[in-house]
Design a protein around this ligand. Structure first.
Ligand SMILES: [Zn+2]
Length: 297
């Protein structure tokens, strides 16, 4: 079986989770090579195994170099290791082991490394990951490296995930579409959203900006918006530092949009340290769907 056929088979087993991004109809896998809906809209599997379900092309600012740097940091440094453990603990605590399929949807997954790491930490064979991102570069890289999950290019504003198809939604340092998340989640589903705290990557921000006070992340608005849509059942603050090598500091700069507009001399100093302790300061918002009349329809 080619990678494309293996991916098509995995999508076929989870076909209930996919809908047409043009007309929202159910889809089927045809000949191990295409997803076709009941109105005959067709999306082909790429040879790496992902499916591009965008209905129009968009320019993502995120390029290959950024995703390659992100992958190095997430997979090879320990910068996010503790975060991944905490998220896996939250998921395993709230989604008890069962023989039923459990789908974990990573909304805005980039090159897929967070999803890969978290699934590895969960150690639950019943879990299938589905990663969606608007960037074809990111999804192509995810499909090439992490073959155990389903990878889709798509838009959160018009996502190809079916109603009540996922038990868990993760949204890691990425924009949300709560209305759509509620549609996609099963009735007792879980949402795990990661937002930056005031000291997140402060060493990098100190190097990028003169007046960091202006750039302190405040989560009050994010939390209240989250609470409008979900019951906030837990909020876990994760804060620690990890030592990164000189090469890892370079990767950190390459993967961080905040570094793109900064003055080169200051960044030069940052990258030229033999190593630096980098602060990870994040909040994990854990929510469940609010039960309202008409849910399940
Ligand atoms: Zn269709």
């Amino acid at each position: 079986m080619t990678q494309k056929e293996k991916s098509a088979e995995m999508v076929r087993k989870n076909i209930r989770a996919i809908r047409c991004s043009l007309c929202n109809s159910p889809m089927k896998v045809v000949d191990f090579k295409s997803l076709i809906c009941s109105n005959n809209h067709s999306f082909d599997f790429a040879k790496q195994g992902y499916v591009n379900m965008m209905i129009r092309s968009t320019n993502s600012h995120y390029d290959k170099k950024l995703f390659a740097a992100r992958q190095k940091i997430i997979m090879e440094s320990n910068l996010y290791a503790l975060l991944h453990q905490k998220i896996a603990e939250v998921i395993n605590k709230r989604i008890p082991p069962s023989n039923d399929e459990i789908r974990i949807f990573d909304a805005g997954c980039g090159e897929g490394s967070h999803l890969k790491r978290i699934l590895d930490e969960c150690k639950n064979e019943a879990m299938t990951g589905i990663g969606l991102d608007i960037s074809k570069e990111g999804i192509r890289m995810a499909a090439r490296h992490y073959r155990q999950s389903i990878w889709l290019v798509g838009d959160l504003a018009n996502s190809p995930l079916a109603n009540q198809s996922c038990q868990v939604i993760m949204n890691i340092l990425s924009p949300a579409n709560y209305t759509d998340f509620k549609r996609i989640l099963v009735s007792d589903g879980l949402i795990v959203k990661i937002v930056p705290g005031p000291h997140y990557l402060k060493e990098l921000r100190d190097a990028c900006f003169d007046d960091t006070d202006k750039l302190v992340y405040k989560n009050d608005k994010t939390v209240s918006l989250f609470k409008e849509h979900f019951h906030l059942v837990d909020m876990i603050h994760v804060s620690y530092t990890t030592r990164l090598s000189q090469l890892e500091l370079l990767y950190l700069v390459q993967m961080s949009p905040i570094a793109w507009n900064s003055k080169k001399e200051q960044l030069h100093q940052f990258i030229n340290q033999a190593f630096s302790d980098i602060t990870v300061d994040l909040d994990i918002l854990v929510g469940v769907k609010k039960q309202t009349k008409g849910d399940g329809a």
